[in-house]
Design a protein around this ligand. Structure first.
Ligand SMILES: Nc1nc2c(c(=O)[nH]1)N[C@H]1C(S)=C(S)[C@@H](COP(=O)(O)OP(=O)(O)OC[C@H]3O[C@@H](n4cnc5c(=O)[nH]c(N)nc54)[C@H](O)[C@@H]3O)O[C@H]1N2
Ligand SMILES: Nc1nc2c(c(=O)[nH]1)N[C@H]1C(S)=C(S)[C@@H](COP(=O)(O)OP(=O)(O)OC[C@H]3O[C@@H](n4cnc5c(=O)[nH]c(N)nc54)[C@H](O)[C@@H]3O)O[C@H]1N2
Ligand code: SF4
Ligand SMILES: [Mo]
Length: 763
């Protein structure tokens, strides 16, 4: 008798969660095939992805962690004993209680990474435990856009690329060919073949740049200046949508004054571009009846310029009327299913617990007070952002509390689905801080460098072994995923089960009514009137957002407007002003253009612009890069890897064996370096070794891979899987003082560095 069954399930090696049909025999998956009857429906997406076939290998990889492990030897010695789940969880719960008793609940911190799992169970656990200290990558990955969209438009916006309506597409600091090798990239290929102009802003000639009608190879970290330059031209050439601006925008006259000095010539000098190209780009954006602009890490990870750049981009959309309009950008809808903000149960935190948030004195937006201001506005139109992501604790402050006990000791850390020794900024400091803890718990698939430092390593169930529900923090009305095909292998547990079982041991029983993750998702969907079975049948819950929601009349007969202080789109942002920030998007000094000195005497400001450019040059020359004037960008996404994952896959590794650093051919020649040289990148934080490759990109920019460790080496001391060799985060810094003032974003791009040939190496 054939005991094989076909079961629907999903991949979770990236945020797409492609649908599979699994062939299951005796509780084991023996085959996987793309399932086009469920989301994302397009077989080419899965088959065009190099990762999907890995699911079977990862499911039963001999290197997977399959049982709870407790540290036996010294911290980091990589000596473990297998323990039962009860032993592990009883001990962890007891130690957390004792630490909370001694130092208060904020002594527990957590760390998360990219969207590998649902993080609300961890956040619910933290809320109920009473700690505000969830650390994450939000400040450099998601928050800047969400915050600035919310403050400008009253809610988050999404791109609505519609080839029949969209008349211009701008791709700004994102390379979907590598980072999102799926539906979005496929739609861009279509755009590049059509009449619709495609403009790309990126210092590297990426695949999307190579397909563009216009490539602006901007100097890293000067994007805000460029966006203000585009606004200058759009205003000067009267490409403004005056009807929309008069009716729906606040602060237009101020913006007009603000962008006056940002002439194409002045901007070209700061951004290292041709003024004609700036004018051309502005005309493309301004003349199109519907323009789309999509941004990514190039804009998200440039420290002090992050918030102003997003704000300037919001202003570009607004003054051209490209808001909540088909083929342009559309305001998302709040989810019908239970939103993240309710799942995470942050409302159960007391005021005293919230007041322990380390960010409050430092980043006035990214903290509970900042969240409260935004909530008061967005709630007018029934929308609420997730609390935990948008208040997440700044790593600089958490590391300080670990190392110095200031302002109070953080003594315990739970790490879920992240590898901070490789992916967080400032590896030396992260290492010192994690090594100093009383309790470090890591929930993982593999013995990563971070896991090898832990007291407990707990085995996580992954894709195919668990149900999935990707919901974008509940800020849009879409969720996708599906059921598990099998029970978790060995003694692995879903992240949900781990936090629920810990929670039950710590008096949280009332708040974990669902015994399983599937039950919790079913409850979530019930709010939208959908059953778990209905969701699994298509793998998708989606309600398209309506356009022009600001014009809908309320019960009072007045249009809804935007959920901001003024009810309009805030070109001049009142909340940012109240919090001590800039009401208008203003670049940091390195990329700023000084105000015009008045036009009465015919002074057009050119002189002061030149002086500013000289100052910027002088400031750079003060840095360690004086000799070479190089600008480091890091982590450009590359298939098939994902951050620090999949380096152990033999096929992947055969095709891409070494950490690479890329420069333009001209820069290589200038530096006396050749393709294939082993080189060392260094700055005052540290150094790391890479193989040099030349690639088409802006001169004097150095683009280094991120995420590198060597799973083939021994985990634990002394080498920790090679984290001190080619790990670019030994050169990065997360100091809150050097970051963006409102959110605290630090820099993974636009950093200074030196480069030298590694003479000691034979490579
Ligand atoms: N220099 C530099 N640093 C960066 C960036 C950069 O561009 N440059 N990018 C930043 C960005 S945007 C991000 S999002 C972060 C990403 O940083 P991370 O998320 O830390 O990166 P990953 O290497 O993907 O780590 C994921 C880890 O989680 C484990 N894992 C995967 N799925 C699960 C699961 O379901 N449960 C559990 N418990 N574990 C799981 C994996 O085995 C892996 O070890 O890095 C940031 N750091
Ligand atoms: N293969 C793969 N895919 C991934 C990931 C992965 O690790 N591997 N990680 C996932 C995660 S966590 C994230 S956040 C997304 C990120 O997705 P994306 O934002 O698309 O990331 P990248 O593909 O690195 O594109 C960022 C681009 O910004 C450019 N850039 C750098 N500095 C600047 C600057 O100052 N200005 C401008 N204009 N551009 C600049 C870089 O050259 C690069 O081409 O990718 C996701 N997808
Ligand atoms: S890695 Fe992403 S795109 Fe590839 S199959 Fe999995 S979910 Fe789909
Ligand atoms: Mo990310």
């Amino acid at each position: 008798m054939d005991t094989r069954e076909l079961k629907p399930t999903n991949c979770h090696f990236c945020g797409y969660l492609c649908a599979f049909t699994a062939t299951v025999e005796d509780g084991r998956v023996i085959d996987l095939e793309p399932d086009t009857s469920r989301y994302p429906y397009d077989e080419k997406i899965v088959r065009g992805c190099r990762r999907w076939r890995m699911n079977l290998d990862v499911l039963d990889d001999p290197n997977r962690i399959n049982w709870p492990l407790r540290r036996k030897g010294e911290r980091g010695s990589n000596e473990w004993e297998r323990v039962s789940w009860d032993e592990a969880l009883d001990d962890i719960a007891a130690r957390l209680s004792a630490l909370a008793e001694e130092h208060g609940p904020a002594t527990l911190a957590s760390a998360i990474g990219g969207p590998h799992a649902s993080f609300w169970p961890l956040h619910r656990f933290m809320s109920l435990f009473g700690s505000p200290n969830n650390m994450g990558i939000g400040q450099i990955c998601w928050n800047p856009r969400i915050w600035m969209d919310a403050l400008t438009f009253g809610w988050t916006v999404e791109a609505d690329i519609d080839p029949n309506v969209t008349e211009a597409v701008f791709i700004w600091g994102t390379n979907p060919a590598q980072s999102d090798n799926s539906a979005f990239w496929r739609s861009l290929i279509g755009i590049s073949k059509s009449e619709v102009p495609l403009v790309v802003v990126d210092p590297r000639r990426t695949q999307v740049a190579a397909r563009a009608d216009l490539w602006l190879a901007v100097k890293p970290g000067t994007d805000c200046t460029l966006a203000l330059g585009l606004a200058h031209v759009i205003i000067a050439e009267d490409l403004v949508d005056h009807g929309f601006v008069e009716r729906w925008c606040h602060g237009f006259d101020e913006l007009v004054e603000h962008v006056k000095p940002y002439t194409p010539e002045a901007v070209a000098q700061v951004c290292g571009l041709d003024p004609d190209d700036i004018v051309r780009a502005a005309r493309i954006f301004g003349k199109a009846r519907a323009s789309v602009l999509v941004s990514g890490r190039g804009v998200d990870q440039v420290g002090p310029d992050v918030a102003p750049t997003h704000r300037a981009i919001c202003c570009l959309r607004a003054i051209t009327g490209n808001v909540d309009k088909p083929g342009a950008c559309v305001l998302a809808e709040m989810s019908d299913f239970t939103p993240e903000v309710d799942l995470e149960m942050s409302a159960s935190m007391t005021d005293e617990q919230k007041a322990a948030c380390l960010n409050t004195p430092y980043t006035p937006l990214q903290c509970y007070e900042g969240y409260e201001r935004a909530r008061a506005l967005t709630e007018r139109l029934g929308r609420r952002l997730p609390v935990r992501y948008l208040t997440s604790a700044h790593p600089d402050l958490v590391l300080k509390a670990m190392l110095e006990g200031d302002p109070y000791p953080v003594r315990a850390l739970i790490v879920e689905a992240t590898n901070p020794l490789v992916t967080y900024a400032d590896t030396h400091r992260v290492f010192a801080a994690l090594s100093s803890l009383d309790l470090l718990v890591v929930i993982e698939y593999y013995m990563t460098p971070t896991a090898s430092l832990a007291d407990y390593v707990l085995p996580a169930a992954g894709a195919v072994e668990r149900p999935t529900f990707q919901a974008h923090g509940g800020v849009a009305n879409i969720a996708y995923g599906g059921p598990a095909a099998v029970e978790p292998y060995y003694e692995r547990k879903t992240d949900y089960d781990v936090f629920r079982e810990l929670g039950l041991r710590l008096g949280q029983a009332d708040c974990w009514p669902d015994e399983t993750l599937q039950g919790a998702y079913a409850r979530t969907l019930a709010d939208a009137g959908v059953t778990w079975e209905q969701y699994c049948a298509t793998g998708l819950y989606w309600r398209p957002p309506a356009f022009a929601k600001h014009e809908l009349l309320g019960e009072d007969g007045k249009p809804a407007g935007f959920a901001t202080t003024t009810g309009k789109i805030e070109l001049a942002c009142e909340i940012l002003g109240e919090l001590g920030g800039d009401r208008l998007p203003t670049p940091s000094p390195r990329a700023a253009i000084p105000p015009l000195r008045g036009t009465a005497d015919g002074d057009d400001g050119t002189e002061s612009v030149l002086a500013a450019a000289d100052d910027a040059g002088a400031a750079e020359a003060d840095g360690a890069d004086a000799a070479e004037g190089l600008i480091l960008i890091t982590g450009a996404r590359k298939q098939p890897y994902n951050a620090s994952m999949f380096l152990s896959n033999p096929d992947f590794r055969a095709g891409y064996p070494d950490p690479l650093v890329e420069v333009s051919p001209r820069t290589a020649t200038r530096l006396g370096l050749a393709e294939g040289d082993r080189v060392v990148l260094a700055n005052e934080k540290g150094e790391a070794s890479f193989i040099l490759k030349t690639a088409p990109m802006r001169d004097d920019v150095v683009s280094a891979d991120y995420g590198w460790w060597f799973p083939e080496r021994e985990p634990g001391a002394p080498g920790f899987g090679g984290i001190w060799e080619s790990n670019i985060n030994t050169l990065t810094d997360c100091s809150v003082a050097g970051g963006e003032a409102m959110i605290g974003t630090w820099s993974y791009n636009a950093i200074h560095c030196t480069i030298r040939k590694d003479e000691g190496s034979t490579a």
